[in-house]
Design a protein around this ligand. Structure first.
Ligand SMILES: [Zn+2]
Length: 75
């Protein structure tokens, strides 16, 4: 739904992009790779379907995905 602009569950075109907020230390949805960079925080962008409530999470930058791979490796 990030690429299509449509909900992948119900097909609705009413999809809301919810960006990460800087300094949002308290809230849950970020991925921390602190084993390599102290307090490194990877923002996770959410796409929310207005009609059915389905949520997708995306790490949008390749450099951030590389950082996660360095911290956790591939599954
Ligand atoms: Zn939907």
């Amino acid at each position: 739904m990030k690429k299509t602009g449509h909900c992948s569950k119900c097909g609705s075109g009413n999809v809301i992009r919810v960006p990460d907020r800087p300094n949002r230390h308290a809230s849950g949805n970020n991925i921390y790779t602190s084993s390599f960079t102290l307090m490194k925080k990877i923002p996770v962008i959410r796409y929310v379907c207005r009609d059915c409530g389905y949520v997708e999470n995306w790490v949008e930058r390749q450099s951030e995905r590389d950082e996660i791979e360095r911290a956790y490796g591939l599954a």
